[in-house]
Design a protein around this ligand. Structure first.
Ligand code: SF4
Length: 86
């Protein structure tokens, strides 16, 4: 095995950081559809907050311990305007 072969097997320094980022859940709200009923805020105030009459997301990355409740919020949203990405 040549040195080049060995090097090609070495993962880049940020490989695991990139993998971690790929798994991070992100949430967005389509503000044009939000009815402002606050269901998401009531379910998870750590992630959602009211901004006047509509909800907004207050964190960029969803901590793993809040992923399930964010899914519940998306499922419960009557306007279906909460989108999850991971
Ligand atoms: S549950 Fe949906 S419609 Fe209700 S406030 Fe949250 S984002 Fe808006």
């Amino acid at each position: 095995m040549t040195n080049l072969d060995r090097l090609s097997r070495v993962r880049p320094r940020n490989y695991y950081e990139e993998k971690r980022k790929e798994k991070i859940m992100r949430v967005t709200i389509d503000k044009d559809l939000c009815t402002g009923d606050q269901i998401c805020v009531d379910l998870c105030p750590e992630v959602f907050e009211m901004d006047g009459d509509i909800a907004k997301v207050i964190v960029d990355e969803i901590p793993p311990e809040f992923e399930d409740v964010c899914k519940e919020a998306a499922d419960s949203c009557p306007a279906e305007c909460i989108k999850l990405q991971s």
